[in-house]
Design a protein around this ligand. Structure first.
Ligand SMILES: [Zn+2]
Length: 300
């Protein structure tokens, strides 16, 4: 009987301390004028987090990088970024190697909660490195919303219900988008595509497209004359001669290839640039719809 009593007492104490733990965390976060300051690394993270935190009282959301920054390959933190991080309670990162500065951020900001949006997502590899462009597969985008929402609930348990409800609404919209995209892309007659950056393997995998060539792996890494010749050969073999550039990249190389092969140039948008404002809420969905229209037009 005594044993049972102690067991119950221990359980009670444990439960109380767990509850207190949550409370303390929330108080910790709420300390700064009752505000939780969340900073996102780049645009796709901003879009997801803006949907999850929509209308939640006391949340201040900032996108660290400038609207035209794009992907963060080899990105170096600026003085402004460091000031932004100084004021942050939570930092939302894509992970999977997109933010090469992430270790430095974790080391220098011990009290910052860092959210890894790509937790448990299986990654494709390019030349032995994980490909970080996971959000371009809608299933992964949904998983990222779940990851951000769950980790935000632990960081700010006072608003957990609101984050969960918002995440559920947004995931519903993403599932609808995914069904529409599958439906729209199921009957296209050609599936071989040439792109300009390693952004689309996840997208291609989800929608059964074959990326036969990637022309510029990183911005500014232009192909050598020999590579250019090989690319021209590959493009000439395509049943539908089309090239997909990205609005974030200079079209010069694409124009050269187009001149040599007669290929048409279209733009696919990896959704990495845009203003951190109200419009961002639907930016992923609207841009994906535009990408589908572009693919249908290009590959008909
Ligand atoms: Zn990229």
């Amino acid at each position: 009987m005594k044993k049972l009593f102690y067991l119950l007492l221990t359980m009670l104490l444990l439960a109380t301390s767990l509850l207190a733990g949550c409370g303390n965390n929330a108080q910790e976060s709420a300390k700064k004028n009752g505000q939780l300051h969340i900073v996102t690394s780049f645009y796709p993270m901003y879009i997801a987090t803006a949907n999850i935190t929509k209308g939640v009282e006391g949340v201040q959301l900032t996108n660290m990088t400038k609207p035209q920054t794009g992907c963060l390959h080899d990105y170096q933190l600026t003085t402004d970024d460091m000031k932004t991080l100084e004021k942050a309670d939570v930092f939302v990162a894509n992970g999977a190697g997109m933010e090469s500065f992430l270790d430095k951020v974790i080391k220098e900001h011990k009290n910052l909660t860092v959210i890894d949006a790509s937790k448990d997502i299986s990654l494709l590899e390019e030349n032995g490195q994980p490909n970080p462009h996971v959000w371009l597969d809608v299933d992964n985008a949904i998983k990222q919303v779940e990851n951000i929402s769950q980790q935000l609930c632990s960081a700010d348990p006072n608003h957990a219900e609101a984050y969960k409800a918002n995440a559920a609404v947004y995931i519903g919209k993403l599932k609808e988008l995914q069904a529409d995209m599958n439906n729209e892309l199921k009957d296209i007659s050609h599936r071989d595509i040439v792109t300009f950056h390693e952004a689309f393997p996840y997208f291609a995998q989800e929608f059964n497209l074959n990326i036969i060539k990637v022309i510029e792996r990183e911005p500014g890494s232009e192909p050598s004359p020999q590579e250019l010749e090989d690319i021209i050969k590959d493009v000439n073999k395509l049943p539908t001669k089309v090239l997909f550039t990205e609005p974030q990249y200079s079209p010069t190389v694409a124009e050269t290839i187009a001149r040599e092969t007669g290929a048409h140039i279209y733009a696919l948008d990896p959704i990495v640039t845009g203003e951190a404002n109200e419009q961002a809420l639907d930016a992923y969905i609207n841009t994906m719809k535009q990408n589908v229209l572009t693919l249908k037009e290009a590959l008909k």
